[in-house]
Design a protein around this ligand. Sequence first.
Ligand SMILES: [Zn+2]
Length: 286
Amino acid sequence: MPELPEVQTTVKGLKKVIIGKTIKDVWSDFHIGAKHNNKQNIKNKKYLEQFKKIITGSTIKNIERKAKNILIKLSNDYTIIVHMKMTGNLMYGLYPNNKFVHLIFKLSDGKNLVLADMRKFASVEFFKTNELHLHKRIGQLGPEPLDPKFSAKNLFEIFHSKKLPIKSALMEQKFLSGIGNIYSDEILWQTGIHPVSVTNKIPQRKFGEIFKAMQKILKLSIKEGGDSKSDYLNAFGKKGNFQNFHKVYGRKGEKCLKTNCSGTIERIVIKGRSAHFCPKHQLIYK
Ligand SMILES: [Zn+2]
């Protein structure tokens, strides 16, 4: 699933090409075969009709990332909210070479902004821009880890009162924005913390280390254009590079890469999500 660095990379790419363009037309087949027809997103046919009416003819004023969401701000004071979920990729000018395209915005420059999504889990909605804080998902997001105002102290304050496995806590979007499976595994490996460690038992100095590792890893991945171990493609259909920097994610059964560590990477499931870790140098705080 695209996490902060991947969504950031997509937004950075699209910023260069879609701002100022008018949406001439919208096409989607997301609703065909969709299971939950009452949902407030374009998988619901009635909602899709409304979406088309509101969006068509408006001009793209800006595009931003908030956690793992893409916000496309329009001239008519509405915002399109895209969550790419498992396999979604928002791309510019690539249709019709991709059979997984399920949403097309036809733009005034003759190009298309498309959402390709093999598994069709992505979610697309419209919302009044000045009411985004009321949106059920957007309105409840925790701080952004790369926000200059966010500190190691803030991170400690969020987590030390909780009693959750650190792996799950790092991925909970209400606590912290934008981190998922890959980056939580990498952060915990880097800081020597076992993923089942309980948040309120982890000492404050370790949160200082988590904060530093998080900054370093997320920034490196953004620099490398995100992670394409799974299906991620950037705004122009190109893969990112961060999968070549994994220390632990997806390395089950392989030797730990930490200097002088003789551990072998293991994989467990915590609250339904996989966690990769080294049982030798990642300590359990509980
Ligand atoms: Zn190790």
